[in-house]
Design a protein around this ligand. Structure first.
Ligand code: GLC
Ligand code: MG
Length: 702
């Protein structure tokens, strides 16, 4: 027995497990043991066995009492068992083949997956003002006291807030080593994190924690200029410096006879009437600075400088940074001929409002540089699940110029240029349905095919939205950017409706953009809104924190914060991420109307009433215009702010519905038999055509 057992164990490996072989029913030595029979059958049936010759001579025919069916089915030579075995074998093979083909079919019909920068909104953190949890030890502050400047430990402390919001992508304004002339956009070491923010230890920890939560981190990348404190500039501006020769061409130097011999009329962005040229007595030359004099422009025609920048990108990607917001790209190259920029009105002083920046902005060559970075980011995007995202910052009045930063098919650039159409919209004349519709269509119509849009309403360079247009329209704007196709971006505090702080005492102010950069308002307690406990914040907390803060809004189901959360979760729906977008006619004077639809799912009608006057309630009647597509009724599934007459779950009558002033609502409806985007007269847009397959429960190309 023991040798038989050993045999079964040896040769039947893979066919049956040793322990499942049944014990013999009799112990008599003359009886043939089932195990022995088993092995013979195996060999005679042609199964692989190294000992077939010694065993095949044993004659064992007929059924054997006590043998369970499973064993017979496995090894018996009897016809009925052979058949059953073959059929079972066939079924198994067929099932495997079917499954393989199904997987292949699903892969073939599935559209490309959307990536994190498409599925999550991008939340902009201004680290100095987000949360102060730490201070550099050498400040020697007493226990419990902090320096009043937000830091990366503060961001780490608040990571659960992003989970609560449903945001997965964080963009951080510059945290590099910097003298802070331009709040971090003047960088003195591109590879170091400023001690104020916690240094590199804090950054390593932040990257790790963000990734552990399945989130992504996007850094600011500032290629146009460095700080004048950067060692490159220190060397470049001093002919006696030991590394002068290495760095002398890192910046834009132009000779002059003396300090008054200014090369041309180019003006700096920040000092409106001030020349962009600053005299350097040591070199007896001018250097160019598109921004503050403390931010000398790098010489991006110098290939060594370009390689330095590539190396900086590599450095951060190797650290695990997921993407970059590329700063001030329009300013990267200037015309070498140094001609004056054309003046708009020669009777008026030359300042940035009165010139055409033909030779100083978006100058030819910038796109090659951006495309080169995109290619570099692609080199770091090859591992599964890793993609290095790029958004570009360029303000222009010209949509084509802006959209050029998408690049071309052959030379792609950013994943999207940041969209400033809403930020630059005139609060007095353009925050209405007609202008908003025009702006949205302007982007969608001009965007290169197959590319992805983005929308944003506030940032660190512009007045906060509620201060520009009021809270009602700020809510409307949030509804709009969250339900349009593309990625919405928002600025810390947008989600609670933070406003500009226009009460900054002169001795505490440090930049014209301070009002929109004040500390995050976490709660209404204490003196500093929860930004820090025992400190003097670097900018004063806006005193409206008592009413406008995260904690209170958590508790209020109708708050701005709760509205943002609802919108963010709504935006996870396929129809918003992948569906058609069709702009409709403006309704009832001032109501923006658009449809999102995805064949196979119910459709959405988004209605936003931009009229904020007391008499701004509008009665919408859409049946007449769109009777081929719209049913008689739908259901209200979202309301930007509660209002007596409108609530979630209410039936929406397409033939007559009262929409209150400054409200955004969403209506779900089942379409008539015609799909909206198929009606030739409608202007609809889609990224990749997809349909929802109810049977398979998947989205497929169609
Ligand atoms: C970008 C930044 C702005 C900064 C400027 C110069 O426009 O958004 O804050 O001052 O570049 O770096
Ligand atoms: Mg430049």
């Amino acid at each position: 027995m023991s040798s038989n057992n050993a045999y079964v164990n040896d040769d039947a490996v893979g066919m049956t497990s040793f322990s499942t072989v049944p014990e013999p029913t009799s112990s008599s030595s003359s009886e043939v043991q089932p195990y022995e029979l088993d092995e013979v059958k195996i060999n005679e049936s042609g199964f692989k066995s190294s000992r077939s010759s010694s065993l095949s001579s044993i004659d064992h025919d007929g059924p054997y009492a006590g043998m369970p069916k499973e064993v017979l089915l496995k090894y018996s030579r009897q016809k009925k068992f052979v058949w059953a075995r073959n059929i079972l074998f066939g079924i198994v093979i067929l099932t495997i083949l079917t499954l393989i083909s199904l997987v292949i079919a699903i892969i073939v019909i599935s559209p490309p997956c959307l990536d994190y920068w498409q599925t999550s909104p991008i939340y902009q953190i201004y680290p100095k003002s987000f949360k102060d949890s730490w201070s550099p030890p050498d400040l020697g502050l007493p226990d419990g006291e902090t320096d009043g400047i937000g830091d990366l430990y503060g961001v780490i402390d608040q990571l659960s807030y992003f989970e609560e919001l449903g945001v997965r992508v964080l963009w951080l304004n510059p945290i590099y080593e910097s003298p802070q002339k331009d709040n971090g956009y003047d960088i003195s070491d591109f590879r170091a994190i400023d001690e104020t923010f916690g240094g590199m230890d804090a950054m390593d920890k932040l990257i790790e924690e963000i990734h552990n939560l399945g989130m992504k981190i996007v850094m600011d990348f500032v290629p146009n200029h460095s700080s004048n404190q950067h060692k490159w500039f220190q060397a470049s501006s001093d002919p006696n410096h030991e590394e002068y020769d290495t760095y002398k061409d890192y910046y834009m130097w132009v000779a002059g006879a003396n300090a008054n011999d200014i090369p041309n009329n180019w003006v700096s962005e920040f000092d409106n009437t001030t020349s962009a040229w600053t005299w350097n007595a040591a070199r007896e030359e001018f250097y160019y600075h598109g921004f503050y004099a403390e931010q000398p422009d790098l010489n991006l025609r110098n290939s060594v400088v370009k390689e330095e920048l590539r190396d900086i990108l590599r450095f951060w990607m190797e650290k695990g940074v997921d993407g970059f917001r590329c700063d001030a790209l329009a300013y990267m190259l200037e015309a070498e001929h140094l001609r004056d920029n054309p003046v708009v009105d020669s009777a008026l002083p030359v300042n940035k409002a009165n010139i055409y920046a033909d030779y100083t902005q978006n100058y030819k060559g910038v796109h090659d540089i951006v495309a080169d970075w995109r290619a570099l980011l692609d080199e770091y995007s090859t591992e599964p699940g890793v993609y290095r995202f790029m958004q570009t910052e360029v303000y222009t009045d010209n949509i084509e110029e802006t959209l050029r930063y998408y690049g071309t098919e052959r030379a792609p650039e950013g994943d999207f240029p940041m969209n400033f159409l809403l930020i630059t919209a005139d609060p007095d004349t353009e925050w209405n349905a007609t202008s908003m519709s025009g702006k949205v269509l302007e982007w969608m119509r001009n965007m290169p095919a197959g590319r992805w849009p983005s929308w944003t309403v506030s940032n660190h360079d512009n007045s906060r939205l509620p201060s520009r247009v009021g809270w009602g329209l700020a809510r409307c704007a949030a509804v709009m950017i969250m339900t349009l196709p593309g990625t919405p971006g928002f600025y810390y505090g947008d989600e609670i409706g933070m406003t500009d702080n226009n009460n900054i005492p002169a001795d505490q102010s440090n930049d014209f953009r301070d009002p929109e950069r004040t500390p995050m308002q976490w709660n209404g307690d204490g003196d500093f809104a929860g930004f820090c406990e025992n400190c003097e914040p670097w900018l004063p907390v806006n005193q409206d924190y008592v009413d406008i803060n995260v904690e209170d809004q958590r508790a209020d189901s109708d708050s701005m914060l709760q509205m943002y959360k609802r919108l963010i979760s709504l935006r996870q729906e396929m129809v918003y991420q992948r569906g058609y977008f069709c702009m409709l006619e403006v309704q009832a004077g001032n109501t923006l109307a658009f449809i999102r639809e995805l064949p196979g799912l119910s459709s959405r009608l988004v209605l936003i009433n931009f009229d904020e006057s007391a008499s701004g309630d509008s009665t919408i009647n859409m049946n007449l215009e769109y009777d081929r597509y719209l049913p008689a009724t739908g259901t209200v599934t979202f309301v930007s702010q509660s209002s007596g007459s409108v609530e979630v779950g209410r039936q929406f009558d397409f033939g007559g519905f009262a929409l209150p002033a400054s409200r955004g609502i969403i209506i779900d409806f089942e379409r008539q038999d015609t799909l909206f985007h198929e009606g030739g007269e409608n202007e609809c847009f889609i990224h990749t055509k997809v349909c929802y397959d109810k049977a398979l429960g998947i989205v497929k190309t169609c």
